[in-house]
Unconditional design. Structure first.
Length: 180
């Protein structure tokens, strides 16, 4: 866990590349912005998952919120469905914040789908798709909301949504057993 905010001294050039402080004077090239790691004071995220009975679990976040899930033998979400919900939910929050400041939507639905496969790489999802269905009433604010909707979805997908960025880029996961 990081206890302070790691930052590199420098600036971005006009192309969005990071230039280390003093590098321009030394004739060094800028590095792509994607190589810049900036973690905020609140960068750590965690949940605790507890077994409540055979095949049933509750996840609790640090603020005390809970969600129950299981193996899919009842109406509870499965972990895969929670991943799909996280993909849709993350982008939905970004898009809602961008569009609803202009107009309250009449409908706002996000469908997230994928195909579960088992192959030499193990169990995983492929063909993930996030589809927005958003409508706005008539009016000037609603016209602005409609106009920015595609850009808001793209910006969320390409930069803002931590969940989809993590899935697309790929992040190693470490699994350990405490005390083993």
């Amino acid at each position: 866990m990081w206890s302070s905010t790691p930052r590199r001294a420098g600036a971005l050039d006009r192309a969005g590349r990071f230039i280390e402080a003093g590098d321009r004077a030394r004739g060094r090239r800028s590095v792509p912005r994607t190589n810049v790691l900036v973690m905020s004071e609140n960068s750590a995220r965690s949940v605790t998952v507890e077994r409540t009975s055979t095949g049933h679990f509750t996840a609790t976040n640090t603020r005390g919120g809970t969600i129950s899930f299981g193996t899919g033998d009842d109406s509870e979400f499965t972990p895969v469905e929670l991943l799909l919900a996280a993909l849709g939910g993350c982008t939905a929050v970004d898009v809602d914040l961008a569009t609803s400041r202009h107009a309250e939507p009449d409908t706002f639905t996000v469908e997230v789908s994928g195909n579960k496969v088992s192959d030499e790489l193990g169990n995983r999802l492929t063909d993930l798709a996030v589809t927005f269905t958003v409508t706005f009433p008539d009016g000037e604010g609603a016209d602005r909301a409609r106009a920015i909707l595609p850009r808001a979805v793209k910006t969320s997908h390409d930069r803002l949504c931590t969940v989809s960025r993590t899935v697309e880029i790929g992040t190693p996961v470490t699994a350990t057993v405490e005390g083993a």
